[in-house]
Design a protein around this ligand. Structure first.
Ligand SMILES: *Cc1c(COP(=O)(O)O)cnc(C)c1O
Length: 411
């Protein structure tokens, strides 16, 4: 049997161990949900405080120019771009992932006139599918969302396909899709490729430019640690930028917002995908999150996340096998993001019992216990303790209590 001291030895040799101090983490908590809400960067409260008191409070509206508030979407976008393999001038921070999906899907349909299908997979993240459904309804039935199973995906890309919309890392299983190969397949069919990076940005190398991706969106509050409900980001490949436009043609995407021209004319470049006034406080928080993550370097983040998920799977194989768990994530670390999902018929009460013991993961219907291993805030000893407590919960049947079967509003 392995020992807890092995985990402590791994932590002692971890080149990223010092980065944990860049975050606020309460004692006694094993936090394995940084894939849903990244931890609070330690530098964030002071930065927000300064923006509130020294900028908003003192300089008032002059801050838009004096403190470059107006540049926040581009500045934060460029910082995120460096993490996702995007050259300059292609990423802005704006709106939510859902809204950005809507803008880019509509633009993609516009860029492929005569093509009527948004193609995706059945198990894509619901909001991605819902946004496509809403757009199709708005377009009066001319466009439809076609959902296929994973194996049927490439075969379904045809002359009707305007855009293929996929998640880079599957939110349930953590499986990584082959971005370059699927993008190339979409292009062979004459379609555009739109990728959702919610579970890959900030935790594994993404190569948008090298893979010739057309469009992408990503989330600010997961691995980027931008805070609850942080602004999201979007990517438009440079070659497309001046040929497509946002359907949400707000003034921040206008070529000259302060000309107050009655006619909309899109700004050159990716800024045309901005809509309304940026949320300065939320953008500031996201900027700190991206800076904090970027200090570590994406290759080291990936290496540590892989080591953590490997360690968790090794311990789960050894110690959870007799308790009805089944690995839902790929065994090959090359195919796996920074999460490990276990299936169990009693997943909901088991996860509730874990959370009650301060081991925080989450549950995804119908039977998935999801553990995220954000590499800067998770130690190897956290992995050990999580498995130890999970074994205890199973052996004592602590999960089998009525209070653990209540469904909270947010899981
Ligand atoms: C988290 C997540 C979202 C979130 O979208 P919001 O608009 O921020 O609520 C979208 N897509 C995927 C794949 C996600 O994992």
């Amino acid at each position: 049997m392995r020992e807890r001291s092995d985990a402590l030895t791994l932590d002692a040799g971890d080149p990223l161990a010092g980065h944990r101090g860049h975050f606020v983490l309460p004692d006694g908590i094993v936090y394995l949900d940084g894939n849903s809400l990244g931890a609070l960067p330690a530098a964030l409260p002071a930065r927000l405080d300064a923006v509130i008191h020294e900028q908003w409070g003192r300089d008032l509206i002059r801050s838009w120019n004096r403190h470059d508030w107006i540049d926040l979407p581009v500045r934060v976008g460029e910082a995120a771009a460096a993490l996702i393999g995007a050259g300059p001038g292609q990423v802005v921070a704006a709106d939510s992932t859902s809204v950005n999906l809507f803008k880019l899907l509509a633009a993609a349909l516009d860029a492929r006139p005569g093509r009527t299908v948004i193609l995706s997979v059945e198990d894509n993240f619901p909001t991605d599918l819902y946004m496509a459904q809403g757009l199709a309804r708005l377009l009066g039935g001319e466009v439809r969302l076609r959902l296929v199973s994973e194996p049927a995906l490439e075969g379904a890309m045809d002359e009707d396909t305007a855009v293929v919309m996929l998640s880079h890392v599957d939110f349930r299983t953590g499986r990584i899709r082959d971005m370059a190969a699927l993008t190339a397949a979409a292009h062979r069919a004459g379609a555009l490729a739109l990728w959702d990076l919610a579970h890959s940005a900030g935790v594994l190398p993404v190569a948008l430019d090298a893979a010739e991706v057309d469009l992408a969106v990503g989330c600010g509050y997961k691995y980027l640690c931008g805070g609850p409900g942080a602004p999201a980001f979007l990517y438009v490949a440079r070659r497309l930028q001046d040929r497509i436009a946002s359907p949400l043609s707000g003034w921040m995407g206008h070529v000259a917002p302060f000309a107050f021209d009655p006619a909309y004319r899109p700004a050159p470049g990716v800024s045309r995908f901005l809509c309304g006034t940026p949320a300065v406080l939320a953008m500031t928080a996201l900027e700190v999150g991206v800076e904090t993550i970027s200090l570590a370097g994406i290759d080291r983040l990936r290496a540590k996340a892989t080591a953590l998920t490997e360690y968790f799977i090794t311990l789960a194989d050894e110690r959870l096998r007799d308790h009805g768990f089944e690995l839902a994530s790929p065994r090959d670390p090359a195919d796996r993001g920074a999460q490990v999902s276990l299936r169990h018929a009693e997943g909901l009460p088991i996860m509730a019992a874990l959370v009650a013991r301060d081991v925080i993961g989450d549950f995804r219907e119908p039977d998935i216990l999801r553990f995220g291993f954000a590499p800067l805030t998770t130690r190897f000893v956290d992995v050990w303790d999580a498995v130890e407590i999970l074994v205890e919960i199973m052996e004592t049947r602590a999960w089998d209590r009525p209070e653990h079967r209540r469904r909270p509003r947010v899981t």
